[in-house]
Design a protein around this ligand. Structure first.
Ligand SMILES: Cc1ncc(COP(=O)(O)O)c(C=O)c1O
Length: 390
């Protein structure tokens, strides 16, 4: 799978891009000196894997989230897989998750031989509908994975209460939610464990693949440390069978430079979301809604329209890159045919997958770029209205 797969960007004519979907070059330019020095330091040290940069990042990120432990790994997918494994999930077990998420959420369950059981989402927050979870629980259910989709926390309190009643683990998929809050607390360590991706385009992105798990559970943290490094307790001594999911020093060095900027960047994303809300408010689209319990960090700013594909083409023709997160719900993916889901099983998820369109969103987005996006959307809405009236 190509490296860009998690973010599907509509970009057939990249030479004419006026407003990119994300602009990592602009971010690099703003911190170039620090980044270059940090990477040069790692190279000069020739200590490339799990050294002092990784240890410093684990400490800083745990601190930032108010978690006791952070375990750095080499992707968000690895984080999910290890968290499930450390919770003892394996063949024959079922794990409840939304289908309206990136494929890795479910994939991590399947690679352990367990079965994903999909639950529909709430139509306003786009996160798992807690009211539908209990009906999906069977004697084989072991865990729930709420996904803090697009940067907004899932409604965790009812999920944690259900988990307690049924003795289930809760593993937060926080891959899109660095710094997002649920009831004034940063997400990640509110359940048993939380998984983050530092894919380059994330709110906190590395310069390659990276991820982390956070937890307040010391036993789980110990197990996670063993699992990420071949189960080894010391050099060439292996207590259990694990993986090579170790984090690289260069990635941790980049993340150490970026972490102090995260809150500022998230605030800028929130300002841009407010600007889009204002510019688009009278055009008849369903806009993102920040729930009362959540502080959204707008990893993705998605609007809904029944003319999604047409709008996307018009934006592309005007040099504006957009994305669709996600066009095919996981329960209807060819990879999951064997699970036996049919169209209509998760109606909210399926409708949204045909309607959502993610607009350019990154901290360095300029006011003139946002106006241009809104202008093309406004003209598109007028042309649909005049087609209807003819
Ligand atoms: C919700 C979600 N979960 C998991 C992942 C997997 O993270 P990674 O790409 O770092 O493996 C992603 C990444 O896009 C994601 O968005």
């Amino acid at each position: 799978m190509p490296a860009e797969a998690p973010v599907q960007i509509h970009n057939p004519a990249s030479a004419n891009v006026v407003v990119p979907f994300v602009d990592l070059k602009a971010q690099y330019a703003s911190i170039k000196n620090e980044i270059d020095a940090a990477i040069a330091r790692v190279i000069a040290d020739t200590a490339f894997i799990m050294g002092r940069e990784v240890r410093a990042f684990e400490e800083a990120f745990a601190d930032y989230l108010g978690a006791r432990f952070c375990i750095g790994v080499n992707s968000g997918t690895a984080a999910l897989q290890l968290a499930l494994m450390a919770c003892g999930i394996g063949p024959g077990d079922e794990v409840i998750a939304p289908s309206f998420t990136f494929f890795a959420t479910a994939e991590a369950i399947s690679v352990l031989g367990a079965k994903p059981v999909f639950v529909d989402i709430d139509p306003v927050s786009y996160t798992i509908d807690a009211a539908q979870i209990e009906a999906a629980i069977t004697p084989r259910t072991r865990a729930i994975i709420p996904v803090h989709l697009y940067g907004q926390a899932a409604d965790l309190d009812p999920i944690l209460a259900i988990a307690k009643r049924h003795k289930l683990r809760v593993i937060e998929d926080a891959a899109q939610a660095h710094g997002a809050e649920y009831k004034q607390k940063r997400v990640g360590a509110l359940g048993d464990a939380g998984c983050f991706s530092f894919y380059p385009s994330k709110n906190l992105g590395a310069y390659g693949e990276a991820g982390a798990i956070v937890t307040n559970d010391e036993g789980l943290a110990q197990q996670l440390r063993l699992l990420r490094d071949h189960g080894s307790t010391s050099k060439y001594a292996h207590a259990i069978v694990g993986y090579n999911f170790r984090m690289e020093e260069i990635q941790a060095a980049v993340l150490n430079v970026k972490l102090p900027h995260l809150d500022g960047w998230n605030n800028l994303r929130r300002e841009h979301a407010a600007t889009y809300n204002d510019l688009l408010k009278d055009l008849g689209f369903a806009l993102p809604r920040e729930m009362d319990c959540a502080r959204h960090v707008y990893h993705v700013y998605a609007i809904q329209t029944e003319n999604r594909d047409d709008l996307q083409q018009r934006l592309t023709a005007n040099g504006i890159q957009t994305g669709v997160h996600y066009p095919i719900p996981i329960h209807l993916q060819p990879a999951y045919l064997s699970l036996g889901y049919k169209p209509g099983d998760l109606p909210v998820t399926e409708t949204l997958s045909q309607r959502v369109l993610s607009l350019p969103m990154f901290p360095e987005l300029r006011a003139d770029q946002q106006r241009r996006v809104a202008d093309v959307i406004g003209k598109s809405a007028s042309s649909w209205a005049s087609l209807q009236s003819n």
